[in-house]
Design a protein around this ligand. Structure first.
Ligand SMILES: *Cc1c(COP(=O)(O)O)cnc(C)c1O
Length: 415
């Protein structure tokens, strides 16, 4: 299937790269910078830079309103927020988590001496498979930590049922799922608590930041203490704690981002729909769908590559794209269980994770967000179509190239 849109040679075959500047996955969405500077200027005038300042208080109120959750506690990032939530909910022993997630999900548990028990995911949803969760329960299990991967909610009802029946905790790493819904209710109010990330690469950012959402007032009070060293009053510490506070500049960025939420989601949704149309019908290339009856932030454009049908493996396609300066990412290759320290601690974990291992070989993320425009998406899709139509030649070419000159080398050394 020759591509009519693309007459010039692919860069991997010796042509000029399609893009002069590198296209990244996860370039920040930035709202109205004038508004942001006003807020920062006001913050400097007040001289109240952190410690539950007015921006943080306002940001928390706005989050609560948007999510329909009683308590939202802003934090310095999502990893510390997860750590605090894990401790505040009293998790110990073993906690069931997916391996198919960003490494922070597992680290937040292991950091506190809790064993992350890696559980396989559903091949269609990429989220925890409740049937597998049941199999991983032991007398040491104290909780389940689901991840709403790509902003697509877990099978929350099934997980909640398991948690209730076994009297264990249920918390969610909702780092991807800000402004998304499950059965018409916003993510944030499910389980014992849910944790959002406002890292620069996420849909809404506060440079670095996160938030813990919960409807449990007692838990919220404990979390508030824990994120501020356990301080109850000026000289009174009533709980063990850490420093998980969000600062005022971050909250200013958060408030400004929230004002542009509609624009962010519209751009993401338009990008996603364009990718879907322009990749439609390509053999072996599946674009992960979003449920259009739910709220979604459309933050990730995720492809699954079925190598036998495409004629190219995911890694080969990634090399083609990198040669064009499209830095597609292999999120979340190779899975937490294949990274240290888990690889050494649990060398056989992969035996229980056939779907995760398969996804790790098949999935790639493409650039989207405010920094990516329609013309760029057309070019990216045309590169992919051309690569698939010429898979045989590209394969031969890649096998002739010295491994040192291939893009794979760069992928490995990139942060
Ligand atoms: C980004 C991310 C985190 C960590 O968020 P930070 O705010 O960077 O600490 C945790 N879990 C998942 C799934 C993420 O994508």
């Amino acid at each position: 299937m020759p591509d009519e849109n693309r007459t010039e040679e692919l860069a991997i075959m010796g042509g000029t790269p399609s893009f002069e500047k590198i296209l990244h996955v996860g370039r920040p969405n930035i709202g109205d910078s004038e508004r942001l500077l006003e807020r920062i200027s006001g913050t400097l005038d007040r001289g109240w830079l952190t410690n539950n300042g007015p921006n943080v208080q306002e940001f928390e109120r706005e989050l609560s309103k948007l999510l329909g959750v009683e308590h939202c506690i802003a934090t310095c990032n999502a990893t510390v927020a997860l750590e605090i939530t894990i401790k505040a909910t009293g998790l110990t022993g073993e906690v069931i988590v997916p391996s198919w997630t960003f490494i922070a999900t597992a680290h937040a548990l292991q950091w506190q001496g809790i064993t992350p028990v890696f559980c396989d995911v559903d091949p269609v949803t990429h989220n925890l498979d409740p049937r597998r969760v049941e199999e991983m329960l032991t007398p040491r299990t104290t909780g389940i930590m689901g991840v709403h991967l790509w902003g697509r909610p877990c099978d929350i009802d099934a997980l909640a049922y398991i948690a209730r029946r076994h009297n264990i905790r249920l918390i969610f790493d909702a780092a991807h799922a800000f402004d998304c819904s499950y059965k018409g209710r916003m993510i944030g109010g499910f389980g014992d608590a849910e944790v959002f990330s406002f890292h620069a690469t996420k849909y809404v950012n506060t440079f670095e930041g996160g938030a813990i959402a919960t409807n449990d007032s007692e838990l919220a009070a404990r979390i508030r203490l824990m994120k501020n060293f356990g301080f109850e009053g000026y000289d009174e510490v009533s709980h063990i704690g850490t420093n998980g506070k969000m600062n005022e500049i971050s909250a200013a960025m958060g408030l400004t981002s929230l004002e542009s939420l509609e624009e962010f989601v519209n751009v993401n949704c338009r990008n996603y729909q364009q990718y879907r149309e322009e990749l439609d019908g390509l053999p072996g290339v599946r674009l992960l769908p979003y449920d259009e009856t739910e709220m979604s932030n459309y933050q990730y454009v995720v492809l699954e590559i079925d190598a036998p049908a495409t004629g190219l493996s995911r890694d080969e396609l990634v090399q083609v794209l990198w040669a064009e300066n499209v830095h597609a990412r292999r999120y979340f290759y190779p899975g937490c269980h294949r990274m240290e320290p888990y690889r050494s601690y649990y060398p056989h974990a992969g035996q229980m994770l056939p779907v995760t291992e398969k996804l790790a070989e098949r999935v790639l993320s493409l650039p989207t967000g405010m920094a990516v425009g329609g013309e760029q998406i057309t070019t990216i899709c045309s590169i992919i179509r051309t690569a698939v139509s010429r898979s045989y030649t590209i394969r031969r070419r890649l096998s002739e190239m010295s491994p040192l000159t291939t893009a794979a080398t760069k992928i490995r050394t990139q942060p």
